[in-house]
Ligand binder design. Structure first.
Ligand code: ATP
Length: 295
């Protein structure tokens, strides 16, 4: 089912316009919403999840008018907020049974079936008797996915789920999400480019409450093939280099020199080397273009 957002604007009481006349269509599969802190990702997700109203605009999911008919959307929605709050001292299994009851699954047999199923999918079956409050960060996030799967959602929204996870936990989490995302619409927000690269078939770059680019990771990098150049410079050269070239990123090498990546339709100078485009380049280019436009 397709999620269609049209001309959506959200202004908070303090005057911050967190979503600015945003339009976006999202189909089945894993959709990555990539943007820096404060870009408006959480605001957009909370609005889609019917947790806050909008000033103007429309959102539809299939034939559900999301902003008007909140209850219909909630029935098909699985939402994992940025922070889930405090967990009671209950085992994962008991807590999932409790949530399943809240979600209206009345029969014990049905509950057993779905609870076991979501524990399996999220790789938590072996630790189902442990208290969720004692789980590691990654396990808690997978538990978050387990709870949202209880009502067999068609639209899943996960808000920055990998923030703070160590690499192994992050991998486990992404694998779970990959499996879950095969037959429904998953919107996944992150400020980590690598997450989108590894997981998403479609993506949008968001900043200042606006969509800067809507693309696929493959298309986006193909678009800038033969346009990314690298060079190693000394630290004190950076300011000059930034003033001369379109520098997208600079990273320290072990010897304290800098590796810079530059965008240009042609080789910027003889001592540059052509580099294979990465999704980071796409991200930094989009943010930089926006910066230049707003100057
Ligand atoms: N409840 C609120 N009241 C007032 N301003 C808010 C509120 N929630 C968010 N904002 C502001 O709206 C803007 C967008 O914030 P939002 O949390 O949606 O961004 P984000 O991309 O999710 O960032 P982060 O990664 O930091 O969570 C920011 O300027 C933020 O300070």
């Amino acid at each position: 089912m397709k999620l269609v957002i049209k001309d959506l604007t959200k202004t908070y009481k303090n005057g911050v316009k967190a979503i600015d006349n945003l339009s976006l269509e999202i189909g089945t599969g894993m959709f990555g919403l990539l943007g820096p802190n404060g870009a408006g990702k959480s605001s957009l997700m909370r609005t889609i999840a019917t947790l806050q109203s909008a000033d103007k605009g429309t959102i539809t999911f299939g034939d559900i008018n999301v902003l008007e008919d909140k209850m219909s959307l909630r029935k098909v929605l699985g939402y994992l907020p940025q922070s889930f709050g405090v967990y009671p001292k209950m085992s994962a299994e008991a807590l999932l049974h409790y949530f399943a009851t809240l979600k209206g699954i009345a029969s014990r047999n049905d509950r057993d079936k779905i609870v076991n199923e979501v524990l399996e999918i999220t790789n938590l079956y072996d630790v189902k008797n442990k208290n969720v409050s004692g789980y590691s960060g990654g396990m808690k996030q997978r538990f978050g996915i387990a709870q949202l799967l209880l009502n067999n959602p068609k639209l899943i929204i996960v808000d920055e789920p990998t923030a703070g996870l160590d690499p192994a936990e992050r991998n486990r989490f992404l694998n779970v999400l990959r499996e879950v995302g095969t037959n429904c619409t998953v919107i996944f927000s992150t400020h980590i480019v690598e997450d989108v690269k590894e997981l998403c078939n479609e993506m949008a770059i968001l900043n200042g409450g606006r969509i800067l680019k809507h693309t696929t990771p493959i298309e986006a990098t193909a678009e800038i093939e033969n346009q990314i150049w690298t060079k190693v410079i000394q630290r004190d050269e950076l300011e000059d280099v930034e003033a001369t070239y379109n520098v997208l990123s600079s990273n320290y090498n072990q010897d304290n020199t800098l590796n810079i990546r530059v965008h240009g339709l042609e080789i910027p100078a003889e001592d540059f080397i052509k580099a294979k485009p990465q999704l980071d380049d796409v991200y930094f280019m989009a943010l930089r273009q926006e910066e230049l436009i707003s100057i």
